[in-house]
Ligand binder design. Structure first.
Ligand SMILES: Nc1ncnc2c1ncn2[C@@H]1O[C@H](COP(=O)(O)OP(=O)(O)OP(=O)(O)O)[C@@H](O)[C@H]1O
Ligand SMILES: [Mg+2]
Length: 232
């Protein structure tokens, strides 16, 4: 589904080069739930940005199914992302002039339209907030709107960078249970970055990173249920 072949990413600021990714090769299967773990600055977000076409690699190729996205121009890439990918980031990227309902409806509009907007709002615990605007919500509530917007699209691949970072344990688990349901029901491929080691038990495979490289890939024989997680 996603294949990275000898990918490097080097940022140059003046005379200083920083090697965010050095020679990363990786293949992610259709329907896999991947968790990426690693210390701050190890290249997790860079890896996610490069494999989703939000950023271009300095060297190497990124392929999604048969499309070599590392060679696409910006317009094709934007269209490809819109058709196939969902994103959940730490910063929520909500549209401030639209209500909760309208923000989620945007994701619905772009997607397969099989999930009802009201049902999705209920699942993320936002039914009573649906007419509010983002500035009237807490950080965790805004995070849940952005998650609802990404999930309702039912994308082929869902990329999540610290999706539960701003959430308390109970809400975090609810969100992870939704991701797990999406993965199990629709075989949505999920790539999730986290600092919380407890979350790795949900994954089919766990990728550990350090200093811009993959240091370990661990396969879980069995995936834990999100509801059984104990937070740390
Ligand atoms: N735009 C940029 N310009 C220069 N250096 C960058 C840029 N973006 C990232 N880096 C550097 O690349 C390295 C990897 O950054 P990245 O954001 O991928 O780390 P991360 O593992 O996601 O960290 P965190 O857990 O803190 O989010 C870091 O050393 C960072 O300083
Ligand atoms: Mg990061």
């Amino acid at each position: 589904m996603i294949t990275l072949d000898h990918v490097t990413k080097t940022y140059t600021n003046g005379d200083i080069e920083s090697h965010a990714l050095s020679d990363v090769s990786l293949s992610i299967n259709e329907g896999e739930f991947i968790v990426i773990l690693g210390p701050s600055g190890s290249g997790k977000s860079t890896l996610l940005n490069v494999m989703s076409g939000l950023d271009v690699p300095t060297e190497g190729t990124v392929r999604i199914r048969d499309a070599i996205i590392s060679l696409m121009d910006q317009n094709s890439l934007t269209a490809f992302r819109r058709a196939n990918m969902g994103f959940v980031f730490q910063q929520y990227n909500l549209l401030s002039t639209l209500s909760v309902y309208e923000n989620v409806a945007l994701g619905h509009h772009l997607g397969k339209k099989t999930i009802d907007i009201e049902d999705m709002l209920f699942d993320v615990g936002l039914s009573s907030h649906k007419d509010k605007y983002p500035h009237q919500l807490s950080g965790g509530e805004q995070q849940r709107v952005s998650i609802a917007r990404a999930l309702i699209k039912e994308p082929l691949i869902l990329f999540c960078d610290e999706p539960t970072g701003a959430l308390d344990e109970r809400t975090g688990k609810t969100i992870l249970a939704l991701l797990q349901k999406l993965n199990r029901t629709y075989q949505t491929t999920i790539v999730l970055i986290t600092h919380n080691p407890a979350i790795q038990t949900l994954a089919h495979r766990v990728i550990k990173m350090n200093s811009g490289a993959i240091t370990e890939i661990h396969t879980n024989q069995k995936q834990a249920d999100a509801s059984s997680l104990s937070w740390s």
